[in-house]
Design a protein around this ligand. Structure first.
Ligand code: SF4
Length: 219
């Protein structure tokens, strides 16, 4: 197939092909183990600069000891640090987890909110984490933009920006609202498996015929 000139046409085909490569719903594609929105937001905070596998190794103990925001807000920072130590940046993460839980209790009656504006008022929660929670926990439109989504969007010609907020806005124009969360996860999976930062496997990539591979020769 020739490379479609229109980014919206290209995005539609990329979305369809990634859906076949990585089938499943936003919920089933999410690798962070969780039973409710509170556990997901905590796991997502822990996933910064850390693998999902590593996060999944520490969260059972964390949620056993602190199963609710009210329990976590009263936690000793040192005890939380001990549990999450292996995820890295453990002091900042423990502090954010406790402050996040406290604000959830004081401002939202102990329930994780389900709007971007409210979620990003919680300590340790930026747009990326908020979009994970919106799309995975609440099945609402949300397109998390991480380093893989940034890189692939540029190579595929879906956004020329390096600013995650602008890239999110560009992708939102071409990906239907109810498919945004799964699209983001599939881009991440494709980035890890095939379109890596240093050695993209273009000859064996299922998107090679429609991907303009922008910037690759300079990377
Ligand atoms: S063709 Fe190359 S640049 Fe394009 S998505 Fe595949 S691996 Fe990435």
């Amino acid at each position: 197939m020739a490379i479609p000139r229109s980014s919206s046409v290209r995005a539609k085909i990329i979305n369809e092909r990634l859906g076949k490569l990585f089938p499943g719903s936003t919920k089933t594609l999410c690798a962070l183990e969780h039973k409710n929105p509170f556990e997901l937001i905590a796991a997502t905070i822990l996933s910064a600069q850390c693998t999902d596998e590593r996060v999944n190794m520490v969260t059972p103990a964390l949620f056993k000891k602190y199963p609710t925001p009210d329990k976590l807000r009263k936690a000793s920072p040192i005890e939380v640090e001990e549990i999450i130590h292996s995820t890295g940046f453990f002091r900042a993460k423990a502090k954010n987890l406790i402050l996040m839980a406290d604000k959830v209790v004081t401002d939202f009656d102990g329930e994780i909110p389900n709007t971007m504006d409210e979620l990003t008022r919680l300590p340790g929660v930026g747009r990326k984490t908020a979009n994970v929670v919106l799309s995975v926990a609440f099945a609402l439109p949300g397109l998390p933009v991480d380093t893989h989504v940034l890189r692939l969007s540029k190579r595929m010609g879906l956004s020329i920006s390096g600013d995650p907020i602008k890239v999110e806005a560009d992708l939102n124009k071409v990906i239907p609202p109810d498919e945004r969360g799964a699209f983001s996860i599939r881009m991440i999976l494709h980035g890890r498996k095939t379109c890596s930062s240093r050695s993209p496997k273009c000859p064996e990539c299922d998107l090679s015929d429609i991907c303009p591979k922008i910037g690759l020769s300079r990377e």
